[in-house]
Unconditional design. Structure first.
Length: 334
């Protein structure tokens, strides 16, 4: 009861984060709006992961990193394409920007797989010094890549991410918030998310044992969906308004941010708050499904046109992956 109550409580908190970021995004373009949505939308994910790290749930944290990327690329995009496609026959967006996001996502996936590949050649019982160096080195390289991605997105090539549609149909009839109110809402919602995350993670182990769910399954499905409720809701809302450029920017931008920013920040923070440093050593199933999601997401988003059936296909693949992790033999509870 505690676990599911806390999970449900995070959803309206995430909605507050969406409202705050949407108000700030009205003053910016699609690229910056998507980045703001992804950044503040990832706040609950980061808070949940930090609380789980402090409690020593390393498998759950690693699973939540992969799960968040899967949820953005397949579930959030799929639901957005489906609901937008029901309302509009065909929706168009900037195909060039989608392909750029996809190539960044593929590079991010390869970077996340490097420590895991290194881990495969070493004894699983003992982490030797070389493995620690690779893990820390990868974290710094990912953060550097994220900084350069921001320079590219915001400074040197913002024109690459321009919307294909004119803005006249997107007049906001609701009253605009002041910047102070929007920022205040974001801070208050983040603090509430931290409190609920503490309760959620505290009840996770008992919930897993009671319902036969592994730590990995809880991380890859439940924590990912709950933590990503903010940006998922925002991506779907933009699709319903026929603004697929912002939907793609939120879903893919959030996935890139998780791989290049959230994952290395968790590695570096774990040195100070966790029982031992977090290693980016993902299982074969996690790495396999990550590459599958990135490749499918790239193929689906690459043509610049969307319809409801594209959304159905993405949601079906996500459901099959969730089923795989529920019954995965290596992921059963102890």
């Amino acid at each position: 009861m505690l676990f599911f109550s806390a999970a449900l409580a995070i959803i309206p908190i995430a909605r507050l984060i969406v409202l705050g970021t949407e108000q700030l995004a009205t003053r910016t373009g699609d690229a910056i709006g998507g980045l703001l949505n992804a950044t503040f939308g990832n706040a609950p994910e980061l808070i949940i992961a930090l609380v789980a790290l402090k409690a020593g749930y390393f498998d759950m944290v690693r699973a939540s990193i992969i799960g968040a990327i899967l949820a953005n690329l397949m579930l959030a995009s799929g639901v957005a394409f489906f609901l937008g496609g029901i309302r509009f026959h065909t929706q168009e967006y900037n195909a060039g920007a989608a392909r750029l996001y996809s190539s960044m996502m593929l590079i991010s996936a390869v970077s996340l797989a490097v420590p895991s590949a290194f881990n495969r050649f070493l004894s699983p019982d003992a982490t030797i010094r070389a493995e620690k160096v690779v893990n820390l080195g990868t974290a710094f390289v990912l953060l550097a890549a994220y900084a350069l991605y921001l320079v590219f997105l915001l400074k040197t090539h913002p024109d690459f991410f321009k919307s294909v549609k004119s803005k006249e149909s997107e007049e906001h009839h609701s009253k605009r918030w002041s910047v102070g109110r929007a920022l205040g809402t974001l801070v208050a919602a983040s603090l509430l998310a931290a409190w609920m995350s503490e309760i959620l993670v505290g009840a996770a182990e008992g919930t897993g044992k009671a319902l036969g769910m592994s730590e990995v399954f809880i991380g890859i499905v439940f924590l990912a969906i709950v933590g990503g409720a903010a940006e998922s809701g925002s991506a779907v809302a933009m699709a319903r308004k026929n603004n697929l450029d912002l939907t793609i920017g939120i879903a893919m931008g959030s996935s890139i941010q998780i791989a290049l920013f959230v994952a290395p920040v968790l590695v570096l923070t774990s040195i100070f708050i966790a029982p031992q440093p977090l290693e980016l050593a993902f299982s074969r199933a996690e790495i396999g499904t990550l590459f599958l999601a990135v490749l499918i997401g790239s193929f689906v988003a690459g043509d610049g046109r969307s319809n409801w059936y594209k959304g159905v296909q993405l949601v079906i693949v996500y459901a099959m992956i969730a089923l795989l992790f529920y019954f995965l033999p290596g992921a059963t509870p102890h």
